[in-house]
Design a binder for this molecule. Structure first.
Ligand code: EPU
Length: 287
C-alpha cells in the first residue's frame, strides 16, 4: 500500500484541539479490502495501529505517534444508507451527517446526540451521548474486522456499552446499523432545536476544545467538582479551564499538548485534594 502511505504526516490538523506531533505513517484507505492490506502489512512489520476518527475527543502528544495512523474518512467508510427505520453508516461517516440524514428521513432517536462532534466509529467505541441518551441504545449491530482480519457482525447486546465506553474486542470498527423509529419531522426538529439551545447556553461552543475532558464520576458531575474547586479560568501556557463549563479546556493560538496535559494534571490533583475524587479522562491521549 506504499502509494497511499504518507510518512511524517502532521496530525494536529486532524484534531479539534489542533495540537500534537506527526504520525510516523498515515493512511486513508477507501475500502475494507484496502484496509485489510494495510493491517496485514502493519502486522508483518510489527507496527502499532491507531485508528483516527474526527479527532474531536483526542489529544495527541507533542512528540507525535509511532506506527501507523489509519483515518477512516473516505470511500465506503463515509457512506450512509437509510432503509425503512434502519440507518447503516460507515465508521468514518460524521455523526452530524447521520443525524441529518435520519431527520430528513423522518426518523427519531438521535436528537440527544445533536452537537456531539465525531464519526460513527468513534461515537460507538466511546458510546457517545448526552445526559438523556447515548448512541449504544440505538445500535442494532456493528461490523468489525477482528484481530485476525475477519469481517464480522456483532449484535448490540454483545458490545458491552457502558457510560462513555464499550467493550469492543476488534481491530477496527467498520460501520454500524442503527435502529430508529418513524416520527413527525416537525416534532423531531423541535427536539433537535432544544438540544442545541441547551448546549449553546451551557458549553463553550465557539472555542477550540475537545468537549468534556473528564467522565462524570458515578452520581457526580465533573464540571461541578472542578467549578467548586475554584478552577474556572485557571491557565497553563496558552490553555485554560473554560469559564462557561468547567469540564472543558479551551485552547488558544500558542498552546501545546504538554500545556493541556499539565492543566489536566493540575485539575485532577486539586479535585482529588478538595473532594477526594479521582477524575478519569473522557478524552483519549495518544500515545
Ligand atoms: N455545572 C457547574 N459548573 C460548571 C459546569 C456544570 O456547576 O462549570 C453543573 C451544572 O449546573 C449542572 C451539572 O453541573 O447542574 C451538570 O452539567 P451539564 O448539564 O453541563 O452536564 P454534564 O454532566 O457536565 C454531560 C456530558 C456532555 C453533554 C451534557 C449534556 C459528560 C462528561 N458530559 O455534561 O457531554 O453534552 O451532559 O447532555 O458525560 C462530552 O461528552 O464531551 C460532553 C460535552
Amino acid at each position: 500500500f506504499a502509494e497511499i502511505l504518507r510518512e511524517d504526516e502532521p496530525l494536529a490538523p486532524y484534531t479539534w484541539l489542533k495540537l500534537g506531533g506527526p504520525a510516523q505513517y498515515f493512511v486513508e484507505p477507501r475500502s475494507t479490502d484496502e484496509l485489510i492490506k494495510v493491517l496485514n502489512c502493519c502486522r508483518d512489520e510489527r507496527l502499532d495501529v491507531h485508528v483516527l476518527g474526527e479527532g474531536s475527543n483526542l489529544l495527541i502528544r507533542d512528540d507525535g505517534v509511532s506506527g501507523v495512523v489509519i483515518r477512516l474518512s473516505a470511500g465506503e467508510f463515509s457512506e450512509v444508507d437509510v432503509d425503512g427505520t434502519k440507518v447503516t453508516a460507515g465508521a468514518g461517516a460524521l455523526l452530524s451527517h447521520v443525524i441529518s440524514r435520519s431527520v430528513a428521513s423522518g426518523l427519531t432517536g438521535l436528537e440527544d446526540l445533536a452537537g456531539i462532534p465525531g464519526t460513527i466509529g468513534g461515537a460507538i467505541v466511546g458510546n457517545a451521548g448526552s445526559k438523556t441518551g447515548d448512541i449504544g441504545t440505538k445500535v442494532e449491530s456493528i461490523s468489525v474486522l477482528t484481530q485476525d482480519g475477519k469481517q464480522e457482525t456483532i449484535a448490540a447486546d454483545l458490545i458491552g456499552f457502558e457510560y462513555r465506553t464499550s467493550h469492543i474486542d476488534a481491530a477496527v470498527v467498520l460501520g454500524a446499523t442503527l435502529n430508529l423509529a418513524a416520527d413527525d419531522p416537525r416534532e423531531i426538529t423541535k427536539r433537535l432545536r432544544k438540544t442545541w439551545i441547551m448546549k449553546r447556553s451551557s458549553q463553550p461552543m465557539s472555542s477550540q476544545s475537545a468537549g468534556c475532558i473528564f467522565k462524570n464520576p458515578p452520581g457526580l458531575s465533573a464540571g461541578t467538582l472542578i467549578d467548586q474547586a475554584g478552577l474556572k479560568g485557571t491557565r497553563v501556557g496558552d490553555c485554560e479551564v473554560s469559564d462557561i463549563h468547567a469540564n472543558f479546556i479551551v485552547t488558544h493560538e500558542n498552546c501545546t499538548s504538554s500545556d493541556v496535559m499539565r492543566l489536566i494534571d493540575l485539575v485532577r490533583s486539586k479535585v482529588s485534594n478538595e473532594h477526594g475524587v479521582d477524575l478519569d479522562l473522557e478524552i483519549k491521549v495518544w500515545p
